[in-house]
Unconditional design. Structure first.
Length: 275
């Protein structure tokens, strides 16, 4: 008899909710956790949206993306609590920025590796670059060093390797007297419209739909690739949160690797198992 009364009460309540047109919140929906992740540019949006579908289904984690157009603000936002995680930067850049922010952040997982490339809309090969030509490079410390390495690889310049954060001022050999201009990394694509060539970060090149045919040189990452592996970062005091570990685990899967191949072809590569 008691069971019958209990069932009747529950049934009546359910009917009352349904007749009132009120939504029934499931247990899984009630437990949904939202994690805000900072990215730079729009390059990785679709990849993270696919990962988000998996985290929502498997762990009840909703991923919300916040897009930035420079490389400094996402770490500042992570340090001040405006973001839960960010995913946009190389290890070498992260180490430099984290030190400046008082070591408040921590890397919690590897993602991809993206070679830096020199592009030109005016010439077809490095040998066509003329005396006094203008070349743009990003002006932040770690990316400028990478860009100078690309120019060394192209046999256009040499610079003082003993300098920790080299700039154009540390160039020791410039036979063609190139006019090397330092610009904000996010403005390099725009600057390429008037310059003879430019060394550009992969995410900005991808967002601008620069073509493979316009690549003059690709950074050689077969040796010493570790500093250039991208990562997911978290506030140091929250780095061990279960929900963050679940996101890293969802990222580092064969499904994500296939998504990276489909979305980016050979412009970036999965790097969490990189030796």
């Amino acid at each position: 008899m008691k069971n019958g009364i209990k069932f009747g009460v529950v049934s009546a309540t359910a009917l009352l909710i349904a007749s009132a047109g009120l939504p029934i919140v499931t247990a899984n929906a009630a437990k949904t956790k939202t994690v805000t992740i900072g990215v730079v540019g729009d390059t990785s949006r679709e990849l993270w949206e696919r990962i988000g579908k998996r985290t929502q289904k498997e762990h009840g984690i909703k991923i919300k993306l916040k897009e930035f157009n420079d490389y400094v603000k996402p770490n500042q936002a992570l340090a001040d609590g405006s973001l839960d995680l960010n995913a946009f930067q190389t290890k070498i850049f992260f180490d430099d920025q984290n030190k400046k922010l008082g070591n408040k952040l921590k890397s919690i997982g590897k993602t991809v590796i993206v070679p830096m490339r020199m592009y030109s809309l005016k010439v077809d090969k490095v040998g066509d670059i003329k005396q006094g030509a203008s070349i743009v490079v990003p002006n932040d410390a770690t990316n400028e060093a990478r860009a100078l390495d690309v120019l060394v690889q192209a046999k256009l310049i040499k610079y003082n390797k003993k300098v920790t954060d080299p700039t154009v001022k540390d160039i020791t050999s410039n036979p063609k007297k190139l006019d090397i201009k330092e610009v904000d990394a996010g403005q390099a694509v725009s600057a390429l419209q008037t310059a003879d060539a430019g060394v550009i970060n992969g995410n900005f090149a991808h967002d601008a739909n620069l073509k493979d045919k316009d690549i003059l040189v690709e950074q050689n990452l077969k040796k010493n690739s570790a500093p250039y592996v991208n990562l997911i970062a978290a506030p140091k005091d929250k780095a061990n949160k279960k929900v963050y570990k679940q996101i890293v685990k969802a990222y580092q899967t064969k499904e994500t690797k296939a998504d990276i191949k489909e979305l980016f072809d050979n412009s970036q590569y999965a790097a969490w198992n990189l030796k």
